[in-house]
Every structure is written in structure tokens, then in C-alpha cells.
Ligand binder design. Structure first.
Ligand SMILES: Nc1ncnc2c1ncn2[C@@H]1O[C@H](COP(=O)(O)OP(=O)(O)OP(=O)(O)O)[C@@H](O)[C@H]1O
Length: 361
């Protein structure tokens, strides 16, 4: 097992800056996910770690061993990095049985005989596939093939596991199961794991830490709770779980709270943010599941507004409603269908995030 340290990694292709100053550390035994939209540089980062792509600046070390250092002109070939790699398009060798698929990987590394047999049996047991050793890949389900592919990666006991969207070929239900199983397996083996996905649910449920990337840069590095509850900017707020994002105006900052105008004469009070804010244009963010429905009798309290539900849709366990707040269209969630279209909503202070509007974003 090993820790991974990535320092100021950069990757240019011609005038394109694909990675910019990518810096992070993955502790020994940690499960860290690189999360971000398509094209943000996740795979390029993973390929740099794997030695499949040569960056143009920075440094990578694994367990103290330098794998890449631009300044010292070091670039260790992928074959000598001692990594387990699994990509979205993993392919088992179709003409080999499950056991032979694993054996071939060991053979390449000159692990043979009794030692090879023991490792194959142990690894197949680890992924719950020990009774399938004699089957051919074509005789297995998608999920089972996935497990064998992972076993093939684990059988030579890599110090670090690099996984690029390994569950994306599975249907939704199987993916849920595979996720639980993968997390459990990682905890049992304690192998340092770096996982790439654009699926935020996957990232939240699997990771010790999430590194959110946008346009070749890291925008946030934190625990799933940090990233979900304390996003650093509107992009993270919206990408990791959905958020209502409202352009608004910060009009006053008090000792413990702030006044925000959202247009049409409506004002909201938010708890004073830890980040430094100045009066002026801001983006106000609230997650749909944090909007509360309250009793419509009497005077509306602070941050309570009488609104009309414009549309509702049923999404299995919950309803999602759209409503107008001044000029803005917001979404809210509820477990049951409200009795009337006219409702009162509350935007709890603690659920509001306020970000200074960035020029040019
Ligand atoms: N060889 C290349 N030549 C030119 N541009 C490239 C090359 N490889 C990657 N890119 C560009 O670099 C950016 C990052 O690509 P990368 O594959 O790392 O993104 P990603 O976050 O993994 O996306 P996805 O989730 O779609 O796989 C993209 O805009 C891509 O088009």
C-alpha cells in the first residue's frame, strides 16, 4: 500500500491547457474520487498517474517513489509503476476461463505454480466469484464480468488501484449493488484507491474524499459532507447534488446574518457566511430537498413566502415541484403531494449558501 502525492501537475497539448496546477494527496488506504463533468481532465489525471500519458509539468510520487518529475526529467513507464488499473472498457479475454484470465496477469509478472493458484483462489473468493473459476466470460452476467475484471486487477496485489468509471457499463440496479460491494472490498483490502466518475451519487457513496474538477483544475477537495454541505462555489453546489441557484443582491451584512434581495421586493435573511463577502451581486443557492413547506395560516414568518406550485412530478420516493419566487423558478421536494397549489414555503437560514458573483463566470 502507498500514499500518492500529486504536485502542480500540468498537461498542455499545443495551446490547450488540459490540466492546470493539479495538486492533491491520497493517504495510504484512502478512497478518493476525482469528480467532474465530461472533459474536465479526470481521465487525463488518472492516465498521468498510471503512466499512460506524460504530463508537461509537475511531479507525482507513490509511496515516496518518484514516478514523474518534470524538473528532473523522470517518467517511469506504466509497466513499472505497480498499479492496478481498470477502465470503463475493461475486456476479459474471451477464450480464457475466469481462472486463466487471472493466471495470465500473474504469468506476465512471473508469478507461477502454487503461489499463483493460491492468489487466484483467494482473490476470486474476495470478489465472491470462487465458484465460477472454470467459466468463460461469455457465460457470466455483466456484474459478474465486472467482478472478475476487478479480481484480475487485484490478483497481483497492486499498491494503488486506479479505476476509471468501472461501473458505467452496468444497469442502474446492478450499479447500486456493485458500488456497495466495491466499497466493502476496498475497506477489506485497504488498497489506496483513486476513482474517476462524473456520477455524483457514486462519488458521495463511495469516497473518503472527493476532488471536484472543472476545466482542468481542482475546485474543491473535501469529504463528501464538505462538498455537499459546504460547496465552495455555485458550480460545485449544482454539480454535486442539484441546487436552486438564484442571482441576487447582498444588501446588508450584520453581526450574525445577511440581508439578500431576490427581486420583486422580496428579501431573504441568510446566516453570515464563513467566506468573505461584500455587498453587491451574489448567487444564492438552496437545495430542493431543503425547501420546507409550512402551514399557510397567519402571517408569513421570516424567509417564508406564499407561492403557487406551477408543476409537480412524481419521482418514485418523492415529488418534485416547481414554483415561482419573484422572478425566479425554484424546485422543491416533498414526500407527499401538497393538498393545494397555493403553498407557503420556508427557505431556512441554515440551508442557504451565498456566493459572491464572479465576473465572467
Ligand atoms: N490527445 C488529446 N488531444 C487534444 N485534446 C485532448 C486530448 N486528450 C484529452 N483532450 C482534451 O482534454 C480535456 C480533458 O479530457 P479528459 O479525458 O481528461 O476528460 P474527463 O474529465 O475524463 O472527461 P470524460 O468524463 O468525458 O471522460 C477534454 O477537453 C479533451 O477533449
Amino acid at each position: 500500500m502507498a500514499d500518492v502525492v500529486v504536485e502542480a501537475l500540468g498537461r498542455r497539448i499545443g495551446v490547450l491547457e488540459i490540466l492546470r496546477d493539479v495538486t492533491f494527496r491520497v493517504g495510504e488506504g484512502e478512497f478518493v474520487t476525482l469528480l467532474g463533468p465530461s472533459g474536465c481532465g479526470k481521465s487525463t489525471t488518472l492516465n498521468a498517474l498510471a503512466g499512460l500519458d506524460r504530463p508537461t509539468s509537475g511531479r507525482i510520487t507513490m509511496g515516496g517513489r518518484v514516478l514523474y518529475d518534470d524538473a528532473a526529467n523522470i517518467f517511469v513507464d506504466a509497466r513499472f509503476r505497480d498499479l492496478g488499473l481498470m477502465f470503463q472498457s475493461y475486456a476479459l479475454w474471451p477464450h480464457m476461463t475466469v481462472a486463466q484470465n487471472l493466471d495470465f496477469t500473474l504469468e506476465i509478472r512471473k508469478i507461477r505454480g502454487e503461489e499463483a493458484r493460491r492468489r487466484i483462489a483467494e482473490t476470486l473468493a474476495l470478489v465472491d466469484m470462487d465458484t465460477y473459476a472454470g467459466r468463460y466470460p461469455g457465460e457470466l452476467s455483466g456484474g459478474q464480468q465486472q467482478r472478475v475484471a476487478l479480481a484480475r486487477t487485484l490478483v497481483y496485489q497492486p499498491r494503488v488501484l486506479l479505476l476509471d468509471e468501472p461501473l458505467s457499463n452496468l444497469d442502474a440496479k446492478l450499479r447500486d449493488k456493485a458500488r456497495e460491494w466495491l466499497r466493502d472490498l476496498q475497506q477489506r483490502t485497504g488498497v489506496t484507491t483513486i476513482y474517476v466518475t462524473h456520477d455524483q451519487t457514486e462519488a458521495l457513496s463511495l469516497s473518503d474524499r472527493i476532488i471536484v474538477m472543472e476545466k482542468g483544475r481542482i475546485v474543491q477537495d473535501g469529504t463528501p459532507d464538505d462538498v455537499y454541505d459546504r460547496p465552495v462555489n455555485p458550480f460545485v453546489a449544482d454539480f454535486v447534488g442539484a441546487s436552486n441557484l438564484l442571482p441576487a443582491e447582498l444588501t446588508a451584512i450584520g453581526a450574525s446574518d445577511m440581508r439578500i434581495s431576490v427581486g420583486a421586493g422580496l428579501a431573504i435573511t441568510a446566516a453570515r457566511a464563513a467566506r468573505r463577502l461584500v455587498p453587491g451581486p451574489v448567487t444564492l443557492s438552496i437545495r430542493p430537498e431543503r425547501v420546507e413547506f409550512c402551514a399557510t395560516e397567519g402571517q408569513a414568518g421570516p424567509n417564508e413566502f406564499d407561492v403557487d406550485i406551477a408543476s409537480s412530478s412524481y419521482q418514485g420516493a418523492r415529488f418534485v415541484h416547481a414554483f415561482k419566487l419573484g422572478p425566479h423558478l425554484l424546485r422543491a421536494e416533498s414526500a407527499s403531494r401538497p393538498a393545494t397549489k397555493a403553498v407557503r414555503v420556508r427557505l431556512p437560514e441554515a440551508a442557504l449558501q451565498v456566493f459572491q458573483a464572479e465576473v465572467g463566470r
